[in-house]
Design a protein around this ligand. Sequence first.
Ligand SMILES: [Zn+2]
Ligand SMILES: [Zn+2]
Length: 401
Amino acid sequence: MFQEKISEFVQKYRNSYISYWKDFHRHPEPSHKEIRTSGKVAEILEGLGIEVKKQVGGTGVIGLLKGDSNGPTVALRADMDALQIKEETGCEFASVNDGVMHACGHDSHTAMLLGAAHVLSELKGHVKGNIKFIFQPAEEDSPVGGAPGMIKDGALENPKVEAIFGIHMWPTLETGVMGIKEGVMSAASDRLNMSVRGKSTHAATPEFGIDAIVITSQVISALQTVISRNVSPLDSAVITFGKIEGGSRYNIVADQVDLDGTVRTFDPNTRKLVAEKISQIAKGTASSMGGDCIVDYKWGYPPTMNDHQATKIAKEAIVKTVGKNGLYEISMPNPGGEDFAFFSEKVPAAFAWLGCRPKGIPPEEFPKLHNNKFLPDEEALPIGVTYLCQVALTALEALSK
Ligand SMILES: [Zn+2]
Ligand SMILES: [Zn+2]
């Protein structure tokens, strides 16, 4: 019964959410500056008679739809921020804010969640419990993100959220396909700054100094053993230094080398272990050579973890939305970070990928996320709205048993 009602209302409100999407796309705002966007979101939710909380964790907005009968609370989350990229899509609703662009599809995430709010408001009489709509700022602001601020401001309390669901436009998947897996969906993404310290002296008399460049070369090699000797061959991790800077002149022994890098892991225990080992090995190696190493490990986004039961619910909703053939079982998690992860640390969560590559275009020819030509297929939006409604109602049903 729900299935038919949902498709009817997804069709009925199509013009509304498609126009929200184009409007948000035309007026992108970077992380923490989602003022116009969050204002529109609050206005639309209020127009639907939904209880609204503004300025949650900065520019975040929360809508609470109370069903006609009591029951658990489930949350649906969308992100609202754009990127500092100059748009080259050439579309008719291209960005009017020079150098800012919705290149990660967050405009469509926001529009689809508003679409779901329209549809679910119509179905209020059948909603057994509450549905919280979480519109978060600053997903792109790694390593801090926008989710922690909203959680701190009580986004998951009053009423207490028992499960949370989110989707992301996924350009490698064709429209009509949705991807998900249980367990880790995206990597933990941390930042690593190190400074190796020595003592300068004349290049011809190294015995009077401590060469920070020679120490650094040993430290870098030694750190690769963290991956090969400390991380299980069945797990994986990456340590990459993308920038290294040191020394002052060709004939002076360098007294300082600064390194800037990133660490990616998929398992929370591996993440802790890698951070500890990096510090131990870098400091130990430097001190064994008479120098020192200052390690600044900045914890970024944790891995997004899809909970067992929440994933089961999400898969059921995917099948109801796109059929069995549309369900893509992901084998490898995404090595990129996603700050939905912070929600997944607090409550059972499931994050899914929404195919948005128009049929007939090969994956290698379709622009990827963060590309200045990325624009999702419009046909993916009604599918996303349908899924969000399905997953909320399926979850309320499952959790009240
Ligand atoms: Zn992004
Ligand atoms: Zn994104």
